[in-house]
Design a protein. Structure first.
Length: 329
């Protein structure tokens, strides 16, 4: 790959009057960009944290595995680590991030996605894991060691907005399911984040690729629609920040959103069976409907007979598991 000095020499010669130099430099520059693109890789770490209840455990694990499958099938240069269940410990997460720090190059992209529950005591955010939790400060320290100049952290947990101050760093975009650490109820944002990478309508600009901003916009809209459809007060408001010293925002304005819009998560042309399969999309819709029915049932739990609640919940969980098995094939 050409060095910055070689690129600079070439661009200097572009000002020379000799058209042959211009042509040679243009070809050289294009070749350098092509080589850089081919060798750039993407590193994904996807973690499904502690569920606390069987339905959350199942939901978090399924979302993490679905994301892993999507990233692997649509990015030939992707390195994906997925941690679920008993493997989703603080020590395994730290080990994975240290490994990426040893291997990722500055031109590589790095993405960390946290799915589950979080907590915030007014000062410190923690991602809930089997065994010791991991704090926002610990995650930031590990991610800061990774040389990738473009990083994305997607924290879909409750209280995730409380992690933003610790995680902010130059070259890093952060998406949080909640606007602050005080929104502590379980979130549904992760569900729609996964769905965005399966639904062709998420590709708003019809570029055959889905950016982090398009995914955020889709998931935020769907999350708001969920609470409206259930006539419930929204207990989560997703935000993002992609500037080093900026404040979290809910929609792009000015320079806010520029990095997210250029951060491609999925290239649909590389795996049309993922994004354009009617059968697969039908299963995704069925999964979403089942998850919504589970959320509604849990909301009605206090007014139900305990035995009836357990029976309905069990039936829905079994059907959800069968649907997830079909998606995993």
């Amino acid at each position: 790959m050409a060095t910055p000095a070689q690129m600079g020499d070439c661009m200097t010669r572009l000002r020379a009057p000799d058209i042959r130099d211009f042509g040679r430099c243009a070809i050289f520059a294009l070749a350098c960009l092509s080589v850089a693109h081919v060798h750039a890789e993407s590193y994904f770490v996807i973690v499904a944290g502690l569920g606390g209840e069987p339905d959350y455990e199942q939901r978090f694990t399924a979302a993490a595995k679905e994301l892993d499958k999507t990233f692997r099938s649509t990015n030939f240069a992707a390195h994906s680590v997925v941690l679920t269940g008993d493997q989703a410990t603080a020590s395994r997460l730290k080990e994975s991030l240290r490994s990426i720090a040893d291997n990722a190059k500055p031109d590589d992209d790095f993405v960390l996605i946290l799915i589950g529950h979080g907590s915030f005591d007014g000062t410190v955010y923690k991602f809930n894991l089997p065994g010791p939790d991991v704090s926002g400060e610990e995650l930031a320290e590990l991610c800061n060691r990774i040389r990738s100049r473009r990083q994305l952290i997607v924290d879909t947990t409750s209280a995730s907005g409380g992690a933003i101050p610790a995680l902010q760093h130059r070259g890093r975009a952060i998406i949080a399911a909640t606007k602050s650490g005080t929104e502590k109820n379980a979130t549904v944002f992760a569900r729609y984040w996964v769905e965005a990478l399966e639904d062709p309508s998420a590709d708003a600009d019809k570029s055959d690729s889905v950016s982090a901003l398009e995914t955020f916009t889709y998931a935020s809209r769907k999350t708001a629609g969920f609470y409206e459809s259930q006539k419930r007060l929204a207990t989560e408001h997703a935000v993002f920040v992609d500037t080093p010293d900026g404040s979290p925002v809910r929609e792009p304005t000015g320079s806010d959103g520029a990095m997210l819009s250029s951060f491609t998560l999925l290239r649909k042309g590389a795996a049309p069976e993922v994004a354009n399969s009617p059968a697969r999309l039908a299963l995704v819709q069925k999964k979403e409907d089942l998850e919504q029915r589970i959320d509604i049932l849990k909301y009605q739990k206090a007014a139900m007979d305990p035995a009836e609640y357990r029976q309905q919940l069990t039936e829905l969980l079994l059907e959800l598991a069968r649907t997830q098995q079909e998606l995993d094939k």
